[in-house]
Design a protein around this ligand. Structure first.
Ligand SMILES: [Zn+2]
Length: 465
């Protein structure tokens, strides 16, 4: 079973040290969350698993870490200054503010001044609206100690990591001597001033992305490549524990595509299983978009419009690529799988959620996280712990074992005998990767193995003499 709803996971996450509401001592801050000791491990494990899967295990993808604050012109030519907007309306009566498109949709109206004549304010019931107008979702900031209105100092916190990859396309391609097709992957924070954030860590103004731009020839089979990456990501998510039934593919209709995209498929997760209507249970986990050559062209100095005028007079570089084999120059096209770290963490937590009734009839909540994602890899259980402690070596012994597995290894001090049962239940509450059988086999060797239901890894720890 998965979690019954997001609220259940949110309160569990707080109790067990995964995610806390941010700034609580000052009454909190809407839609901001802090990752606790176990949450930061889980989220790092998700990012690490993704990086290993794409950058290390494949031969065609490089990594990158670009700046959060880029030259403002990046956002001018990416189209974000112009089009990265949400339409807003204000109620003149009670001053409430709403997303015009979402509200109009609820009332089956058009998101125009005319359409809003039939829409009643959800707060006060009046129909006295301002004109719907665009609201840019990029966070603004100012660079340096300059006056408030100096336009040259204006900068933005990036709303996506993708642009940092596009502007570095030639740097990566030339320094790593890459031939198209190849991809560039990046993990990092992005910021969007959402009008209506909410639903725990699903929609927040500050969030983390795992984006990859895959550069291909203009005559590649772009649509098939979108399908390929959809399949790859569905495989990745399910290999780490998400049930296939919790995922659903959504072909984004042409009229809803972002300004850069010619085709987008969203992988949806069942974040709202409590809703009766199945169509309303899904929300985007990630998207795979075909961005054409829009971005590389937009940031290049050479392209010209119909009258021969440069479309980007500010760029000093041309991001075109010369194909040695075909002896042609072109702007590579891009397939972009863009995933959210926080949304992925939420999906993994929801799918790992399980309830168990003990022999005494008590209900216990346990998390069945995939071992690769589990925040605690090994739990040293009670039975022979005193024997280990006597030698005072178990902590040192566990360290190299953790390194061997290329993963962070946490262990807890073993409980004393009379508190054994409670302590032994604890790791399952927080989704420990391995715990079920753990015993001292010989005097100085500890072996941990997963339960029979999950065979595979055996961990041998030599605790020395
Ligand atoms: Zn109102």
């Amino acid at each position: 079973m998965a979690a019954p709803n997001i609220e259940t996971v949110a309160s569990l996450a707080k109790r067990r040290g995964f995610v806390f509401p941010s700034s609580e001592v000052y009454g909190g801050l809407g839609s901001a969350w802090d990752y606790g000791p176990l949450g930061v491990e889980l989220s790092n494990n998700v990012k690490r698993a993704w990086w290993r899967w794409l950058v290390y295990e494949r031969d065609d993808i490089e990594g990158l870490d670009s700046s959060i604050i880029l030259n403002r012109l990046v956002w001018k030519y990416s189209g974000h200054e112009e089009t990265f907007n949400d339409p807003l309306v204000d109620c003149r009566e009670c001053k409430s503010r709403f997303r015009a498109d979402k509200l109009a949709e609820e009332f089956g109206a058009q998101p125009t001044a005319e359409g809003f004549k039939t829409v009643k304010c959800p707060s006060c019931g009046k129909t006295d609206w301002t004109e719907p107008r665009p609201f840019n979702m990029m966070f603004q900031t100012r660079l340096g100690a300059v006056s408030e209105d100096d336009p040259n100092a204006l900068a933005y916190l990036r709303p996506e990591t993708a642009q940092g990859i596009f502007i570095n396309f030639l740097n990566v391609q030339q320094s790593m001597r890459r031939k198209v097709p190849f991809g560039v992957a990046q993990v990092g924070k992005s910021f969007r001033n959402e009008v209506t954030p909410g639903n725990f860590i699903l929609r927040t103004r500050e969030f983390e992305q795992m984006e990859m731009e895959y550069f291909v020839r203009p005559d590649a089979e772009h649509s098939q490549l979108v399908d390929y990456w959809v399949e790859q990501y569905v495989g990745w998510y399910t290999s780490l524990g998400l049930s296939r039934d919790s995922l659903h593919l959504h072909e984004v209709p042409q009229n809803e595509l972002a300004h850069y995209s010619r085709r987008t498929v969203d992988i949806m997760y069942r974040y709202f299983p409590e809703r009766d209507e199945e169509a309303r249970q899904w929300e985007e986990l990630m998207g795979i978009a075909y961005r054409t050559d829009f971005d590389l062209k937009s940031h290049s100095k050479n392209p010209a419009d119909a009258e021969g005028k440069r479309t980007n007079p500010d760029s000093t570089e041309d991001l075109s690529y010369f194909d040695e084999a075909a002896k042609e120059r072109f702007y590579p096209h891009v397939i972009e799988p863009a995933a959210g770290v926080n949304r992925s963490v939420l999906a993994f937590l929801m799918d790992a959620y399980a309830e168990k009734t003990t022999e005494k009839g008590e209900k216990r909540v346990i998390l069945r996280l995939h071992p690769e994602l589990a925040p605690i890899k090994v739990f040293v259980a009670a039975i022979d712990a005193r024997r280990l402690r006597r030698h005072g070596r178990h902590r040192q012994a566990l360290r190299p074992a953790g390194r061997d597995r290329h993963s962070f290894l946490r262990h807890r001090r073993s409980p004393v005998a009379r508190r054994r049962s409670r302590h032994r239940a604890r790791p399952r509450h927080v989704g420990a990767g391995a715990r079920e059988s753990f015993r001292v086999e010989r005097a100085f060797t500890v072996e941990a193995a997963r339960a029979k239901s999950r065979p595979g890894v055996r961990l041998t720890l030599d605790i020395g003499h």
